[in-house]
Ligand binder design. Sequence first.
Ligand SMILES: *Cc1c(COP(=O)(O)O)cnc(C)c1O
Length: 340
Amino acid sequence: MLIADLRSDTVTRPTPEMFEAMQVAGLGDDVLGDDPTVIELERLAAKLVGKEAAVFVPSGTMGNQMAIATHTKPGDAIIVEEEAHVIFYEVGAPAVFANVLTWTLPSDRGVMDPAEMRRRITKRNIHTPGTTLICIEDTHNRAGGTVIPLDVLAEYRKVGDEFGIKIHADGARIFNAAVAQGVHVSEITKHVDTVNFCLSKGLRAPVGSILAGPAEFIDAARFWRKRLGGGMRQAGILAACGIISLTKMVDRLAEDHARARRLALELGQLPGISCDPDANPTNLVMLNTEKLAADWAAALHAKGVWAMPAAANRLRLVTHADFTDEHLEFALGVFRSVVI
Ligand SMILES: *Cc1c(COP(=O)(O)O)cnc(C)c1O
């Protein structure tokens, strides 16, 4: 039976080319700093996003938390969107590792209002913690893969510069944001000090993320990687896949977006489901379900379509390279046949 796995783009398997690259990759010991393939990936990644340096990390979660801990001191405040991955899905890590407190802001589909941001900033004095970092998320996961417009990013940069506050982008799916807007990724990352992005999602690598930023910052972040247990040895095996991700897998993300749009348009017509395709501009589709999303997920799963609830009445579908046109037609048919 066909399985349409729409749980996440993390489920993509390495391509045959990646398996081949793993076999022939030059290897060293990356903790000792001499794995040539890791070094190549880090250079390539830094260049792509227009930063001085980059560090290869096991997960996006680790990259984000290394960034927060490196940018701040214990007791500082950071500004974060209220449903951001760094606070919603990283098990309280900013409180545990960086020891910061979080000012959470509401948003319009993941896009915070720069004016509100300005109002929320506190200056360090005998009463209040100093706000030292703004974290943004692009694309925004819980909002449905939404994109922060470039002019809003420029506004964030103005706020950062005005108050001397750094900006970190959780760009787990930043290449989806770039492709959706038809711009080079550096048009997004030029507005932020540091960026974290996943190789292991739509870009199809088996494992790994990149944290990029100024050279001095990345040197300091390497201490956090080691401290968190993220030092890897012959990591070139994984980095070899990441190089293919960055050189060959970016442009094809447009296909995932097109399939996501078909899902949004067609499934939104079904009884008991609504969906605004324009609110899901990349590879995530949030379906609003009248019945419980968990009931939908269970009924779909029994027929070979796997998806996860994002909230009680919200079912999340994620398209990716291993979800082909054949899977798309199959999934649409299953949705039509399910009775809740
Ligand atoms: C997936 C994701 C991450 C990091 O995930 P890992 O599973 O730790 O690699 C971070 N932020 C966002 C928005 C994500 O979607």
